[in-house]
Design a binder for this molecule. Sequence first.
Ligand SMILES: NC(=O)c1ccc[n+]([C@@H]2O[C@H](COP(=O)([O-])OP(=O)(O)OC[C@H]3O[C@@H](n4cnc5c(N)ncnc54)[C@H](O)[C@@H]3O)[C@@H](O)[C@H]2O)c1
Length: 321
Amino acid sequence: METKDLKKIAVIGMGTMGPGISQVLAHAGFAVSGYDLNQDSYPLARQVIANNLDLLIEAGQAQPEDLEKTLDKITFVDSMEEAVKGAQIVVEVVSEKRPIKKAVYEQIDQLADPEAIIWSNTSTLNIFELMVPARLPRTIIVHWFAPPQVLPLIEVVQGDQTLPEVVEFTMGFLELLKKKPVLIKNYVPGFIINRLLRILGRETYFLLDNGYVTPEDLDMAVKASIAPRMMVLGLAQRYDFTGLDLTYANLHNEDFVDAPFDTEPEFVVSRVKKNHLGIKTGIGVYDYEGRDKAEVIKDRDRYLLKVVNSLQFCLDKKRLL
Ligand SMILES: NC(=O)c1ccc[n+]([C@@H]2O[C@H](COP(=O)([O-])OP(=O)(O)OC[C@H]3O[C@@H](n4cnc5c(N)ncnc54)[C@H](O)[C@@H]3O)[C@@H](O)[C@H]2O)c1
């Protein structure tokens, strides 16, 4: 398939991620058919897309007329059948629960064109085990990052049976959407970034629970050091500057004992017990002092856009160094 053959894209699931993904596709000019089992989610999804576009316009990344044009490209429909009928790509963005994904795949299998490509936004699940076998050659994980209309990375994970042409089309299409697709050649739980975050979380809880540092200072330490350095060197190239000899010696440094894997860290558990869940309850690690959730998210996205835009030169395919 070529992108000129794309007439319609179905997005199944209009919760946290579905609206932003639909927005990116529609903003690029593609007709999107959005469906959610809970159709009460549609007004909010539409509002979220409109707010996101307002921010892009404010940042100079969209024209004022793009607001209506993009919204006009997205139709919220009443049934799965209506959503997937005639769609060349079906984007699955439903809840991260095996039985839900499996049931949705069975429905897609019954209703979608046999040639349709199926993208799953799963964060960790091996959806290749849940997919109807006949659909496996045209199934691929396409994992967007929140907020999907701002962050460039998309982890693309091919299954054992995914056809090379499906991989090639997916990578090319995501590049056309101005995203940064990275291919993972075999399923591994958590792909790249959630695996790294898992290890970072383990050390974060260890440092905080043992009182070595405050959350404010830990955040400052990261922002003032490894965050910008990673933008220039990523993770692998960094070792060329540390020196691989030193890197090897560090692996054998007996003073460096890894933090235990703690599934009940005080840092998390104490807050959950108090219902301090983060911006959804107005307080978590930090206190958002009665501010509206949508307003805090909008500010986060405003800052993220500013950072991502100023660091575009780091995202060139050509190596910086
Ligand atoms: N939230 C994130 O930051 C994030 C980031 C990357 C990937 N993901 C992945 O994206 C997927 C969706 O996550 P989310 O955070 O948007 O979840 P969510 O819970 O916010 O939304 C999921 C939506 O799926 C709908 N749904 C459930 N069963 C359905 C069905 N049978 N048919 C149609 N719709 C149905 C729900 O009504 C809900 O609106 C998950 O696989 C998740 O792992 C989430």
